[in-house]
Ligand binder design. Structure first.
Ligand code: ACO
Length: 327
């Protein structure tokens, strides 16, 4: 029997124009470029302009991925958007993206996935299942966030960490091919939500500040959990595919903190030259971080056909996961 595999045939990304440097942040809260850079590796992040929504960034990243894939947008069978900062409570950002791409007439399904910083890996895993099952041939998967909209700009423990952006991939089914997504691994542990959450929401109601909620995080505890989860996910992925560390060519990790990235790279014995790093310029863009970093290394020509690429992410929930791709 023939086997279907989901191959990434195009990537794209989009960042808002506005840069916010650590020096500028130091004028807003009691912090410094030195503190932020030494603890996180972040120098600056992008911030969406007023009137610039998650769907705007998502649609531009999606357009670029579709162009790179050299396919007509209306040949897509499914759009999945991973986001924690949707334009609206409903409809889904994916529905809005479908409309903005001008492909509503195709009637393809479109929905959002919410797994915070691990959202893109979750969306990729879902798309992979649709393709393996033979339900879809081409899927657009986007990670997009305007995380700046759920920050408390007085909380120096969180507002220095995050940024806005979007990244996207187009997946296409390949019959009996060697390339494509080899495996995906997803996990969640909802027992420690008080360590990382928003302080308001829809059902629970408004946050003390009056809005729908801002990020509250016990950074050092989350840090420890992130290191542990990302390392164990890397081990799990190697084992599941019966491949050694040496057989991994690229690591594309979630971009929350350079120290978490370095510890994951160390687990893989991976030199930092083969690790996608954007955290210095993007900060933590949550669900957008992995596809943004992926697009950068793909467009620079560093990822070549045949390379094994490990993507791994950790975020609120807690949720975490990985994907191993043969490029
Ligand atoms: N500037 C200066 N000082 C600061 C700042 C700041 N921006 N923020 C905190 N501090 C102070 C604290 O008040 C504390 O001071 P004290 O010792 O006088 O109490 C001191 O610095 C140390 O604080 P910690 O929180 O222990 O600092 P840490 O070294 O852990 O770094 C950080 C904090 C950068 C947040 C780190 O813990 C981290 O990166 N955590 C992981 C974040 C993450 O991976 N999140 C997951 C994804 S996010 C998502 O899913 C939405």
């Amino acid at each position: 029997m023939s086997r279907l595999r989901a191959r990434i045939i195009g990537t794209g990304s989009c960042l808002p124009e506005k840069r916010l440097t650590n020096h500028e942040l130091a004028k807003m809260v009691d912090t410094s470029d030195e503190w932020i850079f030494s603890r996180t590796g972040i120098r600056e992040r992008r911030i969406a302009a007023e009137g610039e929504y998650t769907s705007d960034l998502a649609v531009e990243a999606g357009r670029r991925a579709i162009a790179a894939a050299k396919i007509p947008a209306d040949s897509l069978d499914l759009i999945i958007v991973a986001t924690t900062t949707p334009d609206l409570i409903f409809p889904s950002t994916a529905s809005i993206v479908q409309h903005k791409l001008g492909v509503s007439a195709s009637r393809m399904p479109a929905f959002d996935v919410q797994a915070v910083c691990a959202g893109f890996i979750h969306a990729l895993a879902i798309a992979d299942q649709f393709i393996r099952a033979g339900t879809c041939w081409r899927v657009l998967v986007i990670g997009a966030e305007t995380t700046s909209r759920i920050l408390d700009w007085q909380d120096r423990g969180t507002c220095i960490l995050f940024g806005d952006g979007a990244g996207a991939v187009v997946l296409e089914a390949e019959i009996d091919g060697e390339r494509g997504i080899l495996s995906t691994h997803l996990h969640a542990d909802g027992s420690q939500l008080e360590l990382l959450l928003t302080d308001g929401g829809i059902s629970r109601g408004k946050s003390p500040q009056g809005g729908l909620g801002v990020i509250r995080m016990q950074g050092n505890e989350v840090f420890k959990q992130a290191v542990k989860a990302m390392e164990s996910c890397v081990d799990e992925t190697l084992l599941a595919n019966n491949v050694s560390k040496e057989q991994i060519d690229w690591l594309v990790p979630h971009q929350a903190n350079i120290r978490i990235i370095q510890s994951t790279a160390k687990r893989l014995g991976m030199p930092m030259e083969r690790v996608a790093v954007t955290v210095d310029r993007h900060g933590n863009t949550s669900a957008a971080s992995v596809p943004l970093a992926l697009d950068e290394v793909v467009r620079s020509g560093q990822i070549q056909p045949g390379h094994r690429v490990m993507m791994v992410a950790f975020g609120g929930g807690f949720t975490w996961g990985s994907a191993l791709v043969r490029w």
